[in-house]
Design a protein around this ligand. Structure first.
Ligand SMILES: [Fe+2]
Ligand SMILES: [Fe+2]
Length: 205
């Protein structure tokens, strides 16, 4: 367990987890946490103690809304687009309460809350840490877990989901490292999606 999360992040994860058992947010959060660590290895000058707690807490606000509305809150034609902003606002409240209760010495609560507040709706980063958090969040979408989960929300097969991500999400990556990782994940996902077709392709003489 502690080999997965940094020791100082375990209590933050335990505070976030009860809020994350909707729309696979718990699994999304853990995958983004590791992707965030991968980005931090390329950007060691960024403050991991801001980026990683922000990743753990960023999506806690979703649980405040009816489950049936959640899948329809995102994507190309959302029915409840207002939930994008609303889950950020609720997330800041929940995270602020949790941080006050945990009272972790030296935790940069203000910087972390500022990142959570706007992690989806604010397209530009307010800090290097914000950029890495946003890229770790988005990178999950390109993973096998992300493609399967998002395909389930929109009822789209992997090829279509990956094409949508490549067109609409890839251009919004904020760091070169995040862009490169996303391209690698798209390459792997696309190869996997076309594997069966190509292994059995027949060329007529
Ligand atoms: Fe979010
Ligand atoms: Fe997220």
């Amino acid at each position: 367990m502690t080999h997965f999360l940094r020791d100082q992040d375990v209590q933050i994860w335990l505070a976030a987890r009860p809020w994350l058992d909707v729309r696979s947010n718990d699994e999304h959060t853990l995958i983004s946490y590791r992707l965030g660590q991968a980005l931090l290895r390329i950007h060691p000058e960024a403050d991991a103690s801001v980026v990683l707690p922000a990743i753990l807490m960023h999506d806690v606000g979703w649980k405040k809304f009816p489950p049936e509305q959640l899948a329809a809150a995102v994507g190309p034609n959302p029915r409840y687009p207002e939930l994008q902003r609303a889950h950020e606002i609720e997330g800041v409240k929940i995270a602020a309460e949790a941080f006050a209760r945990l009272a972790i010495p030296g935790l940069q609560t203000e910087a972390i809350l500022a990142i959570i507040d706007g992690h989806d709706t604010r397209k530009k980063a307010i800090s290097h840490e914000d950029a890495l958090m946003k890229d770790a969040d988005k990178l999950w979408r390109f993973t096998g877990h992300g493609v399967t989960t998002i395909g389930g929300w929109f009822d789209t097969p992997p090829k279509e989901t990956l094409a949508m991500l490549e067109s609409f999400v890839l251009p919004s990556m904020l760091t070169d490292a995040g862009t490169a990782m996303a391209q690698a994940l798209i390459a792997e996902g696309t190869a996997s999606a076309f594997m069966a077709d190509l292994l059995h392709i027949e060329v007529s003489p």
